[in-house]
Design a protein around this ligand. Structure first.
Ligand code: SF4
Ligand code: SF4
Length: 330
């Protein structure tokens, strides 16, 4: 199903009930030492998925410039991150993407690329698996189901078959195989439900993909959809938004709080501005809830200890087994 790309209004003006619930449970959500530098290079994408928290699509103009990439690379050379996590949109469509990957590897970071798989079939991007292998990237690829109907419903007609072809290409280049380069797949629910634990779903994913398509991968990451931007608009249109927000709130699990990704991540937008996570970026909630700051204005050390800005959407990270860019938390 295709949705329009304009996001609905953010809900951060609502009281952060999340902060109250955390406080009642005895938590004070603050930043620890930054381990991950996550860069969102922009909203340009070759797909328009229903659940997309970025509101990405082919018509989006927000893409990182060379000047911004230069400043980020200079910062990484001064403060090398342990892990560089590059996302979008389809991050590969940003002209600065490969330069950022190479710079990250040069400063000694592990580099994760969040890949939608179908980008391999865009003209001029066919060599991406070879580039990933050359740079020894870790590929995290979206595949919300192992059946064609469900994937095409969420991500667009023809996406499943292209994704299968792309995963075969990654296997051929040594990703996901026994002892090979890291390849993870990302599952997210088709509708307003909480993602199951990876331990439940991963064995079935591995069996189905191996038996039906001879595809291998290392890890399944389960992520619950947060009700922001396009997915929030979809829920509003189907009349499910309130019930879903209530479900997330009712499913609050204190055991997830210590693992929240905002504790050790600096998230950077396509213009270089700072956020506590990619979801906060999409609702324009700046790092710590403070005025706009840029990566090159800060050092990692001075951010440690800052309060993390939260909104109602945060209940998506703490529901059930919890959710993060690295998978479930509890
Ligand atoms: S979910 Fe990923 S592939 Fe789909 S529109 Fe958003 S950025 Fe593109
Ligand atoms: S949405 Fe972002 S700030 Fe909120 S809990 Fe999740 S990771 Fe932390």
């Amino acid at each position: 199903m295709k949705m329009e790309t304009s996001p609905s209004q953010p809900d951060v003006a609502l009281p952060s009930r999340f902060a109250t619930v955390l406080a009642d449970a005895g938590f004070d959500l603050r930043r620890g030492p930054a381990r991950v530098l996550q860069i969102n290079v922009g909203k340009l994408c070759n797909q328009t998925c229903v659940h997309c928290h970025v509101g990405a699509g082919p018509g989006r103009k927000e893409v990182m410039t060379a000047e911004t990439a230069d400043r980020i690379i200079a910062w990484m050379r001064a403060y090398p991150p342990e892990l560089l996590d590059i996302t979008g949109g389809a991050p590969e469509l940003c002209p600065e993407f490969r330069r950022l990957v190479v710079a990250g590897r040069e400063v000694g970071a592990r580099v994760i690329v969040r890949c939608n798989l179908t980008v391999f079939f865009e003209a001029g991007y066919e060599d991406l698996p070879a580039f990933y292998r050359e740079q020894e990237c870790e590929v995290v690829a979206s595949l919300p189901c192992y059946t064609e109907g469900n994937v095409d419903q969420q991500r667009g007609d023809g996406v499943f078959q292209k994704s299968i072809d792309a995963l075969r290409a990654l296997n051929r280049h040594g990703f996901g195989t026994d002892g090979g380069l890291p390849l993870s797949l990302v599952y997210n629910p088709l509708g307003p439900t909480i993602a199951p634990a990876e331990s439940v779903l991963e064995p079935e994913y591995k069996k189905q993909l191996k038996d039906n398509f001879d595809i291998e991968f290392h890890r399944l990451i389960c992520i619950t959809n947060l009700p922001v931007t396009r997915f929030k608009l979809y829920l509003e249109q189907t009349g499910e938004l309130e019930a879903y927000q209530q479900l997330l709130l009712d499913s609050f699990n204190p055991a997830t709080v210590d693992g929240l990704m905002c504790r050790d991540m600096i998230n950077v937008g396509w213009e270089g501005d700072l956020f506590d996570c990619d979801f906060n970026q999409m609702v324009e909630l700046g790092l710590g809830g403070k005025a706009r700051r840029f990566l090159w204005d800060v050092t990692p050390g001075e951010l440690t200890g800052e309060t993390i800005a939260t909104g109602r959407h945060c209940f998506g990270c703490t529901a059930g087994n919890g959710a993060s860019c690295g998978g479930t938390l509890a």
